[in-house]
Design a protein around this ligand. Sequence first.
Ligand code: AMP
Length: 397
Amino acid sequence: MKILVINCGSSSLKYQLFNMDNEEVMVKGLVERIGIDGSRLIQEKGDDKYTVEEDMKDHTEAVGHVFDALVDSENGVIKSLSEIDAVGHRFVHGGEKITKSSLIDEEVREAIEEYTKFAPLHNPANLMGLEACEKLLAGVPNVAVFDTAFHQTMPEKTFLYGIDYKYYEEDAIRKYGFHGTSHNFITNKTAEILGKDVKDLNIISCHLGNGSSITAVKNGKSYDTSMGLTPLEGLIMGTRSGDIDPAAITYIMQHKIISANDMENILNKESGVLGVSGVSSDFRDLEAAAKEGNKRAQYALDMFITRTKRYIAGYMAEIGSADAIVFTGGIGENSIDMRKEIMDGFQQFGIEIDEEKNKVRGGAHIVSKDDSKVKIMVVATNEELMIARDTKSIVEA
Ligand code: AMP
């Protein structure tokens, strides 16, 4: 079975074609600058790169170019589009209506449209990708896999906000959580590595990248997570503020005369480690700047480390006992220093990283000392494979 996985952003589209007989990635690619001058598609097949530079005014045109690249006689991997058995789409927000990956039907479509209010940039872009596939690949099933779905198992005590309950009842204001596909993948992969039934697995899943979130997984299910109504809450991120006193926001808005829309933009795009450091949103740049003595870069790194510790420790107390603390995402998988710094201080609870074992990037490794009370692990995430797996099982059912 061949499954195409599509992840549409507002001006970009990432794709991977999987042969699900062996879960091999046949080809993957990226379309950038959709609807902007200089649109281009870059497709990678092993070490070979194929680039198409042509105007693509919308997602339908971009998907058309993806299909052309897939069947291209020299650079493609399939002879005909009829070889594609199903398409799995990444959707960001399914709210409370969507609790699992779903074949697209009217109900799913309504939920996507309803929760566009909380994901105004993402849900419409994801929908454009879906509509392009429906148009150009008629008759092929489309499955939606939601970032929020994995977190629908959270109890009220972790998902409600401390505001008048009417805002939850009337406006659905609550914590939804994101990166669910990644946390779900990490949960299943960790259970497999530790040889445990996923239903018995308790972990702290730390997805640390440009966007970062931590999830407390209890009995294989999301119990609490650091992102909220939107992906702005929680850890300090590349350009997102993460947790902040709401009064700081209203103060800034009142005193600098900033509109709600502009403030949202500032908190999402001009804050986080970029805002604090004034250097970059990229952790490699920050580490380099801090080494050269840039104080603000060091503050940004220290804030990231402090907040990550706070969430890990808090979540461990929430779930009672943890089998592992698992690091994933660009930073979690690759930054040896960050993992070491984040875990420093946990020795008092008998949890200790092994500095030698920690010298790894990606893959799947246990990096704690043999006698550590809770294992510390590095597990590379694979959201696209998770989407392909869900799509396969739904289409087969
Ligand atoms: P992601 O959003 O998961 O792709 O993660 C992107 C982040 O991972 C960026 O901030 C990168 O700087 C960071 N990253 C990637 N490789 C490394 C590395 N070797 N050391 C530190 N940070 C890294």
